[in-house]
Design a protein around this ligand. Structure first.
Ligand code: FAD
Length: 288
């Protein structure tokens, strides 16, 4: 089933979870445990990331396929075009199709290596819109999602230009968009309004991640460039040596964030789980 049909037919919020391919056997066991725990929450779909520079291609596809056959959950395969020629991309798309994975999120991707700038493959694509166009021209029948950035993509010169580029992505065939993680709903609503004004009418699904350790805060600020409200940072700073209270406060923040987003009409929430189940389960419990 195409995921856009799930959003279009839904009478209740659509919940989905994101995982990454583990590097070790212990990581794999932990992921299976997390999927088992999260399956109880009846996600409408789950997604599996594609490592930086395309580094986990095989594992991503295997994991999507395994989750569909072992857990009967619809999967969305993350897919990037960084470092890949058109021919490489065609081969990988055919493989995804042959595994009966019907949904992908088509992304430009980033090269591996901190601080390395994206450079187009000489026979590849410069951005996600070009990738999506290619998927369409080659008549693949995937449901296609795209990424979006309420706080602007770091490479974009201006927020306005990023929105114009996002409209091109939707016109190329992205059926819905999932956001980069964010912690300020005000920023999301402003972005949503600007997107609508630019003629972007597809569902924009918030990508949400509960903070589970204090060290994540700097990481999120640096990697995702996202704003975290000062009062939340200060409160979490004071609780950083009390694991239970820290989690309790963080989960309370995320639950309220999701509640407001849902009350104001978003069609679903996509949780970045980091292959852990506890925080997401706790947030979902408080939402019910
Ligand atoms: P694009 O939409 O291509 O945008 C990149 C830049 O190009 C932006 O500055 C944009 O304004 C500009 N641009 C876009 N279209 C045009 C155009 N037509 N003309 C001119 N400029 C244009 N990375 C991974 O490696 N693996 C993953 O699994 C992964 N999953 C992700 C999931 C989500 C929901 C999100 C939001 C991001 C994910 N990423 C992943 C990160 C993503 O690959 C990076 O943020 C990357 O830098 C941008 O990818 P994109 O597809 O969003 O970029």
């Amino acid at each position: 089933m195409k995921i856009i049909d799930i959003y279009n037919k839904a009478t209740e919020p659509v919940f989905s979870f994101e995982f990454f391919p583990p590097k070790t056997l212990a990581g794999e066991a932990k992921l299976i445990e997390a999927i088992k725990n999260l399956k109880v929450l009846k996600p409408s779909f789950v997604s599996v990331t594609y490592g930086a520079g395309g580094s986990t291609k095989d594992k991503t596809i295997e994991l999507c396929s395994g989750i569909q056959s072992n857990f009967q959950i619809t999967t969305m395969c993350h897919f990037t075009c960084v470092g890949a020629s058109k021919n490489d991309i065609l081969v990988t798309l055919k493989r995804i199709e042959s595994e009966k994975i019907h949904n992908i999120i088509a992304l430009r991707g980033d090269p591996s290596g901190v601080g390395t700038k994206f450079a187009k493959h000489p026979n590849g694509f410069a951005n996600a819109s070009e990738l999506i166009e290619f998927i369409k021209i080659n008549k693949f029948e995937f449901g296609i999602a795209g990424g979006c950035y309420p706080e602007k993509h770091p490479d974009a010169i201006t927020f306005e230009q990023d929105i114009i580029n996002l409209k091109i992505k939707v016109d190329s065939g992205a059926e819905f968009l999932i956001t980069q993680l964010f912690f300020s709903n005000e920023i999301f609503f402003k972005f949503q309004k600007k997107a609508l004004e630019a003629g972007i009418n597809v569902p924009i699904i918030p990508g949400i991640m509960p903070i589970t350790s204090f060290s994540q805060i700097e990481k999120f600020k640096n990697l995702a460039g996202c704003y975290i409200p000062d009062n939340l940072v200060n409160e979490l700073d004071q609780l950083k040596n009390d694991e239970a209270e820290f989690l309790n406060r963080s989960i309370e923040f995320t639950s309220k964030q999701c509640e407001e987003l849902l009350n104001r009409g978003v069609k679903g929430i996509h949780f970045y789980t980091l292959n852990q189940s506890n925080a997401t389960i706790e947030v979902m419990k408080r939402l019910k």
